[in-house]
Write a protein that binds this ligand. Structure first.
Ligand SMILES: Cc1ncc(COP(=O)(O)O)c(C=O)c1O
Ligand SMILES: [Zn+2]
Length: 426
């Protein structure tokens, strides 16, 4: 991995963010566009000086904030005036009580779908990008960029347009049309690369070390420590929407594994701040069988994740060499969770199940998550008597091709009553 020169943090103020710290050796670095430890090459993450004191006062402050992720600004690496700047204001999406789905799956302890398809570009990526934009502004980057499996490309294009930054994003050339169009429509540059996501990501790392990438903030590479923190807001929202209570079980889709890792970080912060009662919770990871390196390592009892070449309809989760894979394994094991995978056919069935029971049309990643939830209940890994939250991270309109072959009109008729009666629908 390329390491950029550490810039001085003089004058850089990102709210409660105190420093970057290495997730492997704990070494600390000043805030800057660096993402790997100089000492051991471990990934860097944000260390905070979080607001201490009275939890009631902090809760009240959060509740009085805007209906978007900026209500949690005191817990995020963003400047205090973040909500006043032009941005897409993602977050505070619906936590849907899914009683119909619960009945189908046999869940009795309360089942909820956190529906992040309601974000501005219809995936959870708006959360992470919103934080990365603030870091890009702070470090003086003029071009916003990323390597993407599709959703991130759209989120970066839209956020850059709103923030007045140039954007140039990189994707595998063979993504779903809905994602390609969404990535291009906001007017930035979009580059399709002949290769997998892992090839795209490697190329972006090279670009960072080259003069051609000067002034470029790659949200999920050289801005990754900041970007990744956006996923904590999912944990905050879920707990607040449950009445400041931890769920017992959460099922999270895995591509790089960053979202799952940061949801755990967010939950631990809420406990540490006294905003929720300290109770056990379990985190489960979901992958598609055609790209299941973390699930395989979990089942085989390994600590290392062996990279794979992805082959699945769940293209947004098609990362064969997930950066946060080992951390996901740790979290699943520490919390008493698991990592499981489902076939493409089960993904499509699960998309339809969620749509039929709750009126929520998920993209393939949501199908993976619901499918894995069903499988975890069947295998006994997930306890149906406990409060369970399932994430839907993206909108089904972006991956229509996945369900199109097995859905369509019930009948095509002539516009008269006889024809309708003949169709047998009356
Ligand atoms: C819809 C959707 N869900 C989940 C993920 C997984 O995110 P992560 O890389 O943080 O594991 C992605 C990643 O692109 C995604 O697009
Ligand atoms: Zn280190």
């Amino acid at each position: 991995m390329a390491v950029q020169t550490v810039v001085s943090n003089t004058g850089i103020s990102l709210g409660p963010a105190a420093a970057l710290s290495c997730r492997e050796c704990g070494e600390r670095f000043p805030l800057g566009p660096v993402f790997a430890c100089e000492a051991c090459f471990g990934p860097l993450e944000i260390a905070y000086d979080l607001p201490g004191g009275d939890p009631e006062a902090l809760r009240a402050r959060i509740e009085a904030g805007p209906d978007n992720i900026w209500r949690y600004a005191p817990l995020l690496p963003v400047p205090a005036d973040v909500a006043d700047k032009p941005n897409l204001n993602p977050g505070f999406t619906k936590l849907v009580r899914a009683d119909n789905l619960a009945r189908e799956l046999g869940v009795t302890g309360g089942l909820y779908v956190k529906d992040d398809s309601g974000n501005p570009t219809h995936s959870f990526k708006d959360r992470v990008v919103a934080i990365a934009v603030e870091a890009a502004r702070a470090f003086g980057f003029t071009t916003l960029s990323c390597s993407s499996t599709g959703n991130l490309a759209g989120a970066v294009g839209a956020a850059a347009a709103r923030a007045g930054l140039r954007s140039c994003v990189f994707i595998p050339h063979d993504l779903e049309q809905g994602k390609v169009v969404m990535a291009a429509v906001y007017g930035g540059d979009l580059v399709g690369i002949e290769g997998t996501y892992d090839d795209v990501n490697r190329f972006c790392s090279e670009l960072i070390g080259d003069p051609a990438g000067e002034g470029w903030g790659f949200v999920n590479v050289n801005l990754r420590p900041y970007y990744a923190e956006g996923s904590k807001t999912l944990a905050y929202e879920i707990c607040e929407q449950l009445g400041w209570r931890l769920p017992d079980q959460i099922v999270v889709p895995i591509a790089s594994g960053s979202q799952l890792t940061k949801i755990d970080k967010g939950l631990r912060e809420l406990i540490g701040l006294g905003l929720v009662e300290d109770r056990p919770y379990r985190i489960f990871g979901a992958q598609a069988e055609g790209c299941s390196p973390v699930s395989r390592a979990f089942k085989e009892g390994h600590d290392v994740v062996r990279p794979v070449k992805p082959d699945t309809i769940a293209k947004s989760l098609a990362i064969g060499n997930p950066a946060d894979g080992p951390y996901v394994l740790d979290i699943a094991r520490r919390t008493g969770g698991a990592v499981e995978d489902v076939t493409d056919e089960q993904v499509v069935d699960a998309i339809k199940l969620l749509a039929r029971t709750e009126g929520i049309f998920a993209e393939t990643a949501g199908g993976v998550t619901v499918g894995v939830t069903r499988k975890l209940i069947e295998t006994g890994a997930l306890d149906p008597s406990l409060t369970t939250v399932v994430l839907n991270t993206g909108d089904g309109l972006k991956t229509l091709d996945a369900v199109a072959p097995t859905t369509g009109p019930s009948a095509i008729i002539r516009p008269n009553l006889d024809s309708f009666r003949e169709a047998g629908l009356a």
